[in-house]
Design a protein around this ligand. Structure first.
Ligand code: N01
Length: 489
């Protein structure tokens, strides 16, 4: 007899967000026999990060064959690190193939979720309501643009937009383009635009370490071989995975590890070797340890910033004026286009959706000090509500697809207990969540993220919010829920 036909209680499930994790959730729910679900997506189409971010030069900094659902390999990735539009098309294709697209309600924002008499009542932006037994919040991590509070931003006479809201109607060729920020986004934009536009100005507040990782294309022969023999992709995934875990994931959680020292030496050598002007080289030299901020992979940023069209500005920005950006030294950097590559508010998660758990407790209040969740996916007092890529998950060191696959597998195990009638409500216990948080915060002190830089990995207390342990530990934790860590009602 199948699990579904034994079911003690049919469950209705709402998935919030139709990005990578939401599409994955829908596929895995159906596979496990949970057919009654809907995905609410506030935007006009699916895709999450890859729908929102369309800036010139966008690519994923996780190798393409690893940033792929394990059950849906893609022999056609054009490059080792795939461009953003290819990734967007991949998700659209997968959603169609697995019949998910028809379950997505686009343009519908979930504004409120309230746990009332054992079920979640949802209030939607279109005025409608819905009811669910289970809510899966797959609303992403980096999607609330962080807008800088530079005086005069509104007075700019040219075109200005955040990197995640790129205005493709604005011409770039022959224009003077300024970019604020030096995160992964700004570095990719610099590589794509410095030689293309009339004048390119990069406003740097903090220098970045750059790891010189090449991004070669896959040849037609390689792609044909992948298509003929999927075991080649499987082997490639295993090899990349092993290398990434040994060389990066295990390195960043121990600032004093030999692997970390190797990364630092590689970044230092990259700077020395590729930046020729000693003055520019010193401007580009960070005063903190490599990988303290998210490490940037780029084989062409240093070439781009040394292009005759390009200028690196390190004087602080005083204000934005109609004609451009005025720096503290009194100079006006004249611009036609100003791009704010100033990152995201990484602590938002499901917010601004208002989530009320048992007894009307509001998630925003529970997270007033810092967002936290047991194993990054369950919050005490919020039964049958699961976060994918939630707070304190491994956002800093792994492929988020691998993480989400492990998480949904774990959530499905919890859901099966509810469906099979072992309990009606599951949420992490307060004690387990506290113990997890204490141990996590202690472990985070050893990580490279805690070595004295500012980054989106840190919470408002300056504690690294990313998973501070090994990937193996995450896999182990996700393999089988420890039910003693949960309140089961
Ligand atoms: O954002 P960031 P991002 N005045 O937060 C600066 C993923 N991602 O969009 O360092 C002046 O890293 C800020 O300066 P500082 C990836 O996980 C992946 O680039 O705080 N400057 C910083 O330089 C990545 O880590 C890919 O001093 C201001 C920059 O803006 C994450 O997204 C591609 C400022 C923000 O950098 C976020 O990357 C792109 C101000 N008021 C993104 N406010 C790939 O897969 C902020 N800054 C390759």
């Amino acid at each position: 007899m199948s699990a579904a036909s034994r079911s003690a209680r049919p469950l209705r499930i709402v998935i919030i967000g139709a990005g990578m994790a939401g599409i994955l959730s829908a596929i895995k729910l159906r596979e496990a026999g949970f057919d009654d679900f809907v995905l609410y997506e506030k935007a006009a189409r699916l895709g999450g990060t890859w729908r929102e971010n369309t800036y010139p030069g966008i690519a994923c900094d996780v190798p393409a064959h690893l940033y792929t659902y394990s059950f849906e390999p893609n022999p056609d990735w054009s490059h080792v690190f795939a461009p953003g539009d290819e990734i967007q098309r991949y998700f659209e294709r997968v959603a169609d193939k697995y019949g998910v697209t028809a379950s997505i309600r686009c343009g519908v924002e979930v504004q409120r979720c309230e746990f009332i008499e054992g079920r979640w009542q949802l209030h939607l932006g279109n005025g409608a309501t819905d009811t669910a037994d289970i809510v899966i919040a797959a609303s992403g991590v980096l999607h609330h643009p962080n807008l800088p509070d530079i005086p005069g931003l509104d007075c700019f006479g040219g075109a200005s937009f955040h990197s995640a809201q790129w205005d493709h109607a604005v011409p770039l060729d022959g224009r003077r383009v300024g970019v604020i920020g030096t995160g992964s986004t700004a570095i990719q934009i610099t590589s794509a635009l410095a030689a293309r536009v009339a004048r390119f100005t990069l406003f740097q507040r903090t220098a970045q370490w750059i790891a010189p990782i090449e991004n070669p294309p896959y040849s037609a022969e390689e792609r044909a071989a992948f298509a003929r023999d999927p075991s080649l992709i499987e082997k490639l995934r295993r090899d990349i995975d092993k290398a990434a875990i040994e060389k990066i994931s295990n390195a960043v959680i121990d600032a004093e590890s030999p692997e970390m020292k190797k990364i630092e030496a590689m970044c230092r050598a990259n700077l020395e070797r590729h930046v020729h002007d000693p003055v520019l080289r010193e401007k580009l030299r960070p005063n903190y340890r490599a990988a303290c901020k998210r490490l940037i992979f780029s084989s062409d940023f240093y070439t781009a910033i040394q292009h005759p069209n390009a200028e690196l500005v390190t004087d602080a920005m005083e204000r934005v004026e109609a004609g451009g950006v005025r720096t503290r030294d009194g100079r006006l950097h004249e611009l036609d286009v100003l791009v704010l590559a100033t990152g995201f508010r990484a602590d938002r998660f499901i917010r601004p959706t208002v989530v009320r758990g048992r007894h009307g407790v509001v998630l925003d209040d529970v997270w007033a000090d810092h967002p936290t969740a047991y194993l990054s996916l369950s919050v005490p007092g919020f039964p049958n509500f699961f976060l994918l890529n939630g707070p304190n998950g491994p956002v800093g060191n792994f492929s988020l697809i691998q993480i989400a696959e492990l998480q949904i597998g774990y959530v499905l195990q919890l859901m099966t207990h509810i469906r099979d009638g072992h309990c009606r409500e599951i949420s992490a216990s307060a004690a387990a969540t506290r113990a997890f948080d204490v141990e996590r915060i202690e472990a985070a002190k050893k990580s490279i993220w805690a070595t004295g830089c500012k980054s989106w990995y840190l919470d408002r207390n300056g504690v690294p919010a990313s998973w501070p342990w090994t990937y193996t530990r995450f896999e182990d934790e996700m393999s089988t829920p420890k039910l003693e860590a949960y309140d089961l009602n």
